[in-house]
Design a protein around this ligand. Structure first.
Ligand SMILES: *Cc1c(COP(=O)(O)O)cnc(C)c1O
Length: 406
């Protein structure tokens, strides 16, 4: 079974993460199941993005992809800012050396308490609705602090080919672009520190052409909207949407192509039209998704009417996405291997299932593996983003898995 081209090594038949064989890791962690994230793989990925994007484009990490506090700390030394979507994510970001004004707080449904903390801390609030504008106005007045704000815009187009659409058409995210001039007018007169715009059009896109087209559309849209702004645009968040390959036929994103297109856009449109703006690309899964794996041990093997089930001590309560229940339309297998026997050839077709009492707890359906036995370690790749915190850990009341950053 081939390993994903993620930079994982092998040592005497075992998969290694950060150079450490998985059985040694399991012993150090104190048992299975667990997640392990590799700093070096994250470093390399950030370096590759930096090398591809124009030097004056800032890189922000979308914390919800993986909010492990130690990982957020590590990211702080690598990226220029954070995108957070809750008060707790914001606090973890503020616990790092990254300055508050480089933290953007987006997301629908921010409460008065959330907004008060954000205004007091001096983070950039990405305004998601007209009511939110009114709330921030009141909070600012109450605290006597001018809120740093940007408008999140729901564009009048979508990013084609996205695994998840977060812009275009009717959306709970952002303010529809045609209503933005009125929203900008409503900022006037209040004590706002207006920064600019945030446009996030889509997520999990593997086609460079689609990302290039969306970035051009965003730049053109914001140049039109900038005329109505209460001051110069000092911040433009172009979103992200860079995808990673999860499934058999997925091809990695052509990062150089995205970078070259953005360099052209910067020259043609953005620097001339918005000379004072800090330009930001915000990425979650692209930075960390391939840098993490989930390891779980085989506890049972059984045959039922001609089908072999390999039962592991983990499951969808830790790694929901691999079961196909985190937004996938058609269930397909995440990359999977027998981690303590990576040199063995596949000789059996099995279904790897978790330990929960639901048929949804399917981690690998009819996968060819070297006949997994009780005690073997199963690894699921692409587990560094939307893994543990995107899973229903309380379901079936099993203990939580460990998470380690090495
Ligand atoms: C979730 C989210 C991201 C990160 O998406 P990825 O697919 O992980 O890169 C970025 N920006 C916003 C506003 C988000 O909500």
């Amino acid at each position: 079974m081939g390993l994903p081209a993620g930079g994982y090594g092998r040592h005497e038949g075992q998969l290694t993460v950060g150079g450490i064989p998985v059985e040694r890791l399991a012993a150090r962690v104190g048992g299975t199941p667990f997640f392990v994230y590799d700093r070096e793989l994250i470093n390399r990925r950030v370096a590759a993005v930096r090398a591809a994007l124009p030097g004056d484009v800032h890189l922000s990490y979308a914390v919800k992809a993986n909010p492990m506090p130690a990982l957020i700390q590590h990211m702080s030394g690598l990226v220029d800012g954070f995108d957070v979507a809750s008060a707790l994510e914001m606090r973890h970001a503020l616990d790092t050396p990254t300055p508050a004004h480089r933290v953007g707080f987006a997301g629908p449904g921010k409460t008065v308490e959330d907004l008060s903390q954000a205004v007091a801390a001096g983070v950039t609030i990405e305004l998601e609705s007209e009511l939110e504008i009114a709330r921030v106005k009141r909070v600012s007045a109450d605290l006597g602090i001018a809120a740093r704000v940007a408008l999140r815009v729901n564009p009048d187009f979508t990013m084609r080919g996205s695994g998840m659409r977060l812009g275009g058409g009717p959306q709970q995210f952002g303010i529809d672009s045609e209503r933005v001039p009125d929203a900008l007018a409503s900022l006037a007169g209040a004590d706002f520190d207006f920064q600019g715009f945030h446009v996030f059009a889509g997520s999990q896109n593997l086609r460079a052409d689609n990302i290039c087209e969306a970035q051009r559309g965003i730049a053109e849209l914001v140049l039109r909207l900038a005329d109505a702004a209460p001051g110069p645009v000092r911040y433009l968040n172009l979103g992200g949407g860079f995808g990673i390959p999860y499934f058999h036929r997925d091809r990695p994103l052509d990062l150089d192509r995205v970078g070259a297109n953005l360099a052209d856009l910067m020259d043609e449109l953005i620097r001339p039209g918005l000379p004072e703006a800090r330009i930001v690309v915000e990425l979650g899964r692209y930075l960390v998704g391939e840098a993490g794996v989930y390891l779980t041990r085989v506890v049972d093997r059984k045959e039922s009417r001609g089908k072999v089930f390999v039962v592991v001590d983990g499951g969808l309560h830790h790694q929901l996405a691999a079961s196909g229940n985190f937004g996938q339309v058609i269930r397909r297998n995440y990359p999977i291997a027998v981690a303590n026997r990576v040199d063995d050839l596949p000789d059996e077709t099995v279904s790897v299932v978790g330990c929960l009492c639901t048929p949804l707890d399917l981690l690998g359906d009819d996968v060819a593996l070297p006949s997994p036995g009780v005690g073997d370690l199963i690894v699921l790749f692409q587990a560094g983003a939307y893994g543990l915190t995107a899973s229903p850990t309380a379901f079936l009341s099993h203990p939580p898995p460990a998470e380690v950053l090495i």
